[in-house]
Design a protein around this ligand. Sequence first.
Ligand SMILES: Nc1ncnc2c1ncn2[C@@H]1O[C@H](COP(=O)(O)OP(=O)(O)OP(=O)(O)O)[C@@H](O)[C@H]1O
Length: 753
Amino acid sequence: MPQLAIDATCLPQYDKLDRPTRERLLAATRKFRELPLDALLAHPDLRIRPLTAGQDPRIRTFRISDTWTGVMLAPESGETFLLVHLLPRDSAEQWAGDQRHDVNTVMGTLERRDAAALGRAVGGGDEPARPLRAAEATAPAPVGVAVGRAGTVAAPQPPRTGAALFEHVSDRDLRRLGIDSEILEFCRTLSTAEELSDWEPALPQDQYEVLSQLAEGHPVERVLREVVEPRRPAVGAVAADDYDTAIRNTRERVIVVNDDQEIEDVLAGEFNAWRIYLHPKQRDLAYRPRFNGPAKVSGGPGTGKTVVALHRVKFLAEHLPLGGRVLLTSFTNALVESLKRNLALLLPPELIEDVDVITADKLAMNVVKEEQPDVSFWSDNDVRGLLANIAQRHGLPWSAEFLFQEYRHVVMAHGITTVDGYLDPDARRGRSAALDRAERRDVWHAIADARVRMRRNRRLPSLELHAEAARILDERPEKPYTNVVIDEAQDLHPTQWRTLRAAAAPGVNDLFIAGDNRQRIYDNTVSFKRLGIRIVGRSYPLRVNYRTTGEILAWAGEILRGQQVSELGESVPEPAGSTRSVLRGSPPELRGARDLAEELDALAERVRRWLAGGIAPGDVCVTTRTQRLRNAVVRELADRGVPAAVFQANRDTVTDASPAVRVTTMHSVKGLEFRAIAVFGATAEALPNMEHVTGAEVDERQHEADLAAQRSLLYVACTRARESLYVSWHGAPSPFLPRMAAEAAVGREAARR
Ligand SMILES: Nc1ncnc2c1ncn2[C@@H]1O[C@H](COP(=O)(O)OP(=O)(O)OP(=O)(O)O)[C@@H](O)[C@H]1O
């Protein structure tokens, strides 16, 4: 019986189909499993046809509806059909005619190339060959998913200019890395990394990855180890004509569904692609049997860190010793809820029972309550109030905020418990406000007094709970967890790290840490070394973005331009490297308005266009800097006839079928994603919001750190968008907005008036 596999790069196209077309596509896939091959090929509705002219004799098109066509690969070697694209009827033949699929015999994978464009480039032809991206600039926007690259904060270094891009790599090495003759000839014509990236949509996917790694300056052996070897089948090789095996071995892109129901689930989006296919690097990290200590996965937004963390939990849960438990933790309740939901999709219930998914704060509270059942939670503002009180009583000259910052960033961050510890010259390293010895004593006594009172009253803020929890866990010979997996690690305070470190015995597979310092929106800086978390040699970057289009990612990267991004848990800068996006689309839309009313009108109009374009209301999210503005936007959108509702990440889930556009704060969209994001109110007063920035007079460095956190907040909000990003403001735009673009938008706006 024939079988249909799905090339997952076509899944985002499915989002663009209207409901009747989706149903027709599902009906078509059903025929693939119900009908014998002869009947299928002759089916009058499906109209499976070879191309009249084209690069690949194995490509067939089939009819989904009057306006939509499916493109598939029908290898002669078996009955596995591979659905490769969904396209409007009038562009399907053209696209399909240009493509060719080949088995990469070195990696054992199936790759697709734009054979027509490459043929023109290497074989000559009447038309001069143009890089694909240049061609796209004049052609209508591509309908499908193409593969693209986006710059990150640190723009990729062009390895060499003037010379041939790959002159440092021999033909023999290129062949060992799976580069075939046509691509070998082609890559010898390139001289810059930018040219290579322009050609990406035309190049076979795995070979492009090899070439881009080489272009970044990685040595051949490393590329072999990191790109080629993980793709190879576990046993044997794949012959050039064995398409069936190659399809099955292309786990990164191809979903081969064995169960009938699964195809429908995949297409209906209930079976998220990430559950099935991981990039070989993601798979290697998630399923590696043994890390000899803490391991760290970093990478820009949307690179699948959470996905890897979830798969790691699966691996660890499957290999637990008797009585063992896994902790999966993230920064907020909302993120934990989202992890729980996704874990339930990935793990069978019997394995879920062995996993706790809770925040670090909840863990600390649970541990402390075992010894002090009457302890209750205090907010940071309560602590500020107490410090203000103490300062006033003792006539101290410092503000409550200053004392709180000393408490948080010095005393608690370094785990200082004695006056001598605080007087140590190293203790306040990094603080810019100077204190002489006598002043330090006064500050210490104020903080110590507050801590004694909090403990006496059994009211503990998060920082104290963690200090207690870490102490209790350190004293226990038996740790509560065998393995700890930490997501969104960039925002944790050192006290939280101490609890997590103490929750599992040091050793093999003890901590698995995922995070991205670009997205740090709280002011915590952490040194793993000081916390006894030894990562050396077990730090792995991810570099493929699966969420956001290259256009949006590149623009958002500009928000952080010039900002020093340090490596997670280290004070050294993050190593340079580029992130490429799997998706492509339109650039972000920027809109400066004269006043709030005009900004709201423009937002309503933008949202209406998204909805009219087929994006479901629940896939649209408007973000604001404050809760007050969030509530106002909900009301104002409703007044303008756009259904909108407050979205609270810890109460609502993104999978709820919502008939309303979701409106939430920038802090609440951390870790989430939507097809369309509007960042509303990106004004100079809101970003940065100086109410949440330590005054430079309190501490210069803290002031800078707080500003950086607010900048990251805008970056986080913008990188939640999958397809469309819209940023608006009225009056002066936020200085964090990429300058050129913001000015251009304002200029355009002025010209329109
Ligand atoms: N190998 C993959 N194939 C397809 N989709 C993937 C893959 N890995 C991740 N994704 C998808 O990419 C999106 C981003 O993944 P994820 O949330 O894990 O990234 P992240 O690095 O944790 O992002 P952020 O740091 O921005 O929160 C999700 O929609 C996820 O399902």
